[in-house]
Design a protein around this ligand. Structure first.
Ligand code: 2PG
Ligand code: MG
Length: 433
């Protein structure tokens, strides 16, 4: 008799993301009738080492259509996966890499493979009668955990017409007792920030991830206003609500030159480090993501050594969810924490390998959505199931963002309770184990 978890059908579908761009959905049906479905997200500020997001090119939809990626699913991927066991996710992911044959999934498209990899996991979990997080935890032997949320208040950089250079001004609630409390506090700060911006006549609307799209005259205004918003909402900055920045410096820096258009100045690596150290001294910043460009890893390590107090240093474009890069960054002391984005690697197994490498090196982790998103909530289940202690999925506005926060609230209802990471989720130092 045929096993109920054997892959019996694989389909691709062209659907839409939150930036009105086409993206790829995969649907997998198993022999026993269980189904799984997942949608690939899309980044705007992308690291050079990411898996290739296959776009059609040509005149249609500014070249951004995904008909070729959908065809990858319906053609070679379907053919290769039919008859494989969905329970053996690593084998499925390995097969995807083999049939692609390139180091960066350029032939099939990382958008096609990540959607398929996630859909296979959803189908296997459904066949096992488990929520996805639980199935993933069982497979990986990890301890489930509810992550500490990092939530966007202002959007900038490539997500807001480059009106301000810093890409994400986020908050985290280190001493919140649970996820619901962290979200309650953040919502109050979000509203206070919106009112302040409106009063100052500096509010354009919301950016790609739901944070306010501000008209700041200087980057530092974002920090000043964020502290005012935290206070206006009745919280103690740094204690109840602290600040995280995604500098996303690869977007405006290369070869050690950084052009801060909003401030009208250009800095070298040391100048940018000095500016960031000033901000750390003046504001309750607990986390800096991609403080320098991806071609400037030595500057990450120098900044870490110069910090007057522990601050989490997160690698996104620098590490692109790649286990080997995580190990190298840990060796040179560049980061305390790895950002984990499944579509940067193209498979769930590759994403898990990056997280395992981080843990072995004593680094922390943040599960992250992309700026182009959908109603897909797989990222929440990865974070919870693999025990990734932090998560960032944008702001508390826009449906593709609330889909994730609301899914986490549902997971928080489980009895017995899943432990909440709280401030232990922040990895302020790297610990060699
Ligand atoms: C990032 C992400 C999410 P994008 O840089 O961390 O905020 O943005 O998906 O555009 O890379
Ligand atoms: Mg980033």
């Amino acid at each position: 008799m045929i096993r109920s978890t054997i892959i019996a059908e694989v389909r691709g579908r062209r659907v839409w993301d939150s930036r009105a761009r086409p993206t790829v959905e995969a649907e997998v049906v198993l022999a026993g009738g269980a189904r799984g479905r997942a949608i690939a997200p899309a980044g705007a500020s992308r690291g050079a080492g990411e898996a290739v997001e296959l776009r059609d090119g040509g005149p249609r939809l500014s070249g951004l259509d995904v008909r070729h990626a959908v065809a990858s699913i319906e053609g070679p991927i379907r053919q290769a996966l039919l008859g494989m066991d969905a329970e053996l996710l690593e084998g499925v992911d390995r097969r995807l890499l083999e049939i692609d044959g390139t180091p960066d999934l350029a032939r099939l498209g990382g958008n096609a493979t990540v959607a398929v990899s996630m859909a296979v996991a959803h189908a296997a979990a459904a066949a096992a009668g488990m929520p996805l997080w639980q199935w993933l935890a069982t497979l990986a032997g990890t301890e489930p955990l509810l992550p500490l949320p990092e939530i966007q208040i202002f959007g900038g950089g490539a997500h807001a017409g480059r009106r301000v250079d810093i890409q994400d001004f986020l908050v985290v609630c280190p001493n919140a007792g649970d996820l619901a409390e962290a979200l309650d506090r953040t919502a109050a700060v979000y509203h206070a920030a919106g009112e302040l911006l409106a009063k100052l006549g500096r509010l354009y609307g919301v950016a790609d991830e739901g944070g306010f799209w501000p008209a700041f005259g200087r980057n530092e205004e974002g920090l000043e206003l964020l502290v005012r918003a935290i206070e206006a909402a009745g919280f103690v900055p740094g204690e109840d609500v602290a600040i995280c920045l995604d500098i996303a410096a690869s977007e405006w820096g290369r070869k050690g030159r950084y052009r801060l258009a909003c401030d009208g100045r250009e800095l070298d690596s040391d100048g940018l480090a000095e500016l960031l150290l000033q901000w750390v001294a003046r504001y309750p910043i607990v986390s800096l993501e991609d403080p320098f460009a991806e071609d400037d890893p030595a500057a990450f390590a120098r900044l870490r050594a110069a910090l007057p107090r522990p601050v989490q240093i997160v690698g996104d474009d620098l590490l692109v969810t790649d286990a080997a890069r995580v190990q190298a960054a840990a060796r040179r002391g560049a980061c305390t924490t790895v950002l984990l984005k499944p579509n940067q690697r193209g498979t769930l197994s590759g994403t898990l390998a990056a997280w395992q490498a981080a843990r072995e090196a004593g680094l922390g982790g943040i599960a992250s959505a992309r700026s182009g998103e959908s109603e897909d909530v797989t990222i929440c289940h990865l974070a919870v199931g693999w025990g990734i202690p932090q998560i960032k999925v944008g702001a508390m506005a826009r449906g593709e963002r609330t889909a994730k926060w609301n899914e986490l609230l549902r997971l928080a209802e489980r009895r017995p309770h899943l432990p909440f990471a709280g401030d232990r989720g922040l990895q302020l130092r790297s610990v060699s184990r």
